[in-house]
Ligand binder design. Sequence first.
Ligand code: NDP
Length: 274
Amino acid sequence: MAVDRYGVMGYPVSHSRSPVIHRLFALQTNQKLQYELLQVTPEKLETAVRQFQRTGGKGLNITVPHKSEVTRLVDHLSERASTAGAVNTLSFRDGEIYGDNTDGYGLLRDLEFNHGLKLEGTSILVLGAGGATRGIIGPLLDKKPASLLIANRTLGKAQALTDHFSRSGPVAACRFNGLPAGEHYDLIINATSAGLHGDSPPYPGTAVSDDTICYDLSYGLKATPFSIWAREQGAERSVMGWGMLVEQAAESFRVWRGVRPDTAAVLKRMNVSA
Ligand code: NDP
């Protein structure tokens, strides 16, 4: 019998640890599947998704920079993907494409369950306004923070997100250099892809106090530029996004296979520091 095929599609994608994680999930839950790394440029996205579907693929993770664009190809959007306007999980069933978004679930599970944080009443600063930010804003606002500010290099994209989410909670937008003076944040989340391209944007040092927790969606075997920056600013804690990566992957795995893997065991097995 043919083995069910899954994969992650992105550009760049060589850094992705998703194949390792899904192989560990499959071993742990006794599922037979294969999981591929698929480097696909934005111009080839539609052709590549349709070809994967045509050749019997069962599901895809969609990563940077395709999460918003891929929504055009989806026949059925889950509520959380529709709220986000971005998709990171595709399922192919009966000739149709189902789109879901597990990023927000993954981040919250890591913040609340793995790191023991309470978000109600906190002030949150999110850096970046791309596909990942789309996925996390709704779930963050559901936790009733006192405020959520989105700072982005391109102001228009952050403003479009605040328009989209303004009915869900207290959300505002600015540029990196436009943060309110003297304001510190309880939680600063780096959701830019700058580190992936070897760039270091002018992260706002004035936003960090010694009570601030800094969370980088990016992750690496060595400390990421943002997590080094956060430590240099004297943040209380500086966390990389390994936990979110494993938690969002586990939720995708559940969507595809109907089984929830034990994420703690996989994080331990990967031997990465949060
Ligand atoms: P997108 O390509 O959709 O968005 C990229 C964002 O980064 C935009 O806001 C862009 O700003 C900003 N950006 C890129 N380069 C720079 C730079 N040099 N200076 C300042 N800002 C910059 O990517 P995603 O939102 O899909 O992903 C963002 C990051 O989050 C990636 O590194 C990805 O790997 C990571 N991620 C991690 C997850 C995890 O599980 N740990 C899950 C999801 C994502 P502008 O709008 O101005 O172009």
